[in-house]
Write a protein that binds this ligand. Sequence first.
Ligand SMILES: [Cu+2]
Length: 493
Amino acid sequence: MQPFTRRRFLQYGAGVGSALGVPWALRNPEACAAAGGKLVKYLEPLPLPGAGIVVATPSAPNTFSFTQRQISRQLHPQLPPTPLWAYDDGSGLGGQAGSFGMAVVAQSGTPLTVNYTHNLPATYPSWIPVDTRLTPMGNDVRLMTHLHGGFVAATSDGNPAITPDGFGPGETQTVLYTNQPPHMPASLLWFHDHGMGTTRLNVFAGLAAAYIVRDEFDTGHEPNPIGIPGGAYEIPLVVQDRQFNVDGTFRYPVSDIEGVTWIGEYFGDVMLVNGKVWPYLNVEPRMYRLRILNGCNARILNLDIGGPTFWQIGAEGGLFDVPVQVKEMVLPVTTRFITLNEIDPEEITWYLNLNGLHFDEPATETPRVGTVEDWVYVNLTGDTHPMHMHLVTFQVVGRTPFAAEAYEAAYGGPNGVPGGIDPTPFATGPMLPPAPEERGFKDTVKANPGYFTTIRAKFELPDGVIAPQTYVHHCHIVEHEDNDMMRPFTVMP
Ligand SMILES: [Cu+2]
């Protein structure tokens, strides 16, 4: 299956397309892509919190009220204004809003109530190509906001196992974000749309924003008890890739398979940072804290700063070095084997799945509240899948090389290999430890092809939240998540 996936990867990666020497517009006569490579780099400064990025203002004590609405912003001086979908805190949104032009600042230990009111068009505009085979209500804009990394009740999670149809025009989703320590320590999280079958499109259109959790150590100011840069020297860098049409709209390609709109991965030929195309940042000769978030649909980033080294002090689950929690995570351990399958990649029936099951089939992963489990992601595809779990952060135990084809030959069916089958007998070498930058608690792990990847999580619930509670885990390539590499899991009493 790998060659087919790779071919589509080439087809939809515009940057790679030009490397083939065939103009994009010739291969796609109806396409009107702007040539991202012709945009001059580094013309405008990086939008920063309070100086471009809107820092959200509460609507009441410990309450935020957002309206999702369409706005228009010029993302580069050589581009026409771009329609964007944005979270509006009621300020009317000055500056660079949409696509991470908004930040919520929360305090660990202080719950927040957040309201999201749908004020977008009732149906999708032409620049957002919906595959109505994957959506609950056709071309209707159905929204559902999820706090990535949030430790919350299932009803506040914003997941399609709870509200499969999402929220329509005029409707309000109200959630309680616990910010409960130690599960929600100082960290950089983000909230984004999670609409069923349209996550990739709603995030692409701009519905994603930063959620910064502070505590008494990581205050964001200088000086602070842990001696890290703060204030103007703490810089969020949210990186996204996009394609543009010549009219300034974002461009999202559609499939060339008859009857299919969905594509397997979205890659842009233009990089946005904090919502601007290729901005620059003037810096002083001193230490900075860069808070980097990959907001791309599918692209895995490999970043450097042109020579100087930098120090990694945290990951998705917060700052590094929490040895007490590490000890908690060792015993007793249930192990679940979860297969990653890709089915019919050249056909109208092309989809990806977990455990050979569609999303809407009953949950098969049912950890008991308070227990520790190992989940083993058995990758039978040719691609790396960044697997993400709601509710919990986890530790990466390791990755084991194995004979994927032999395992698939032994157990595979029309929908791939079902879950629950231990691949250890097919191992071709010892488990490799996680990479140094994977220390600490994470919410996403790279499940690489040719390996099964073991993670370990403790399934606790926020105070006052009673099991059962249903969440989801999924590939965070949002194209894959939408069709259909996502499954519910239920934390049981
Ligand atoms: Cu994936």
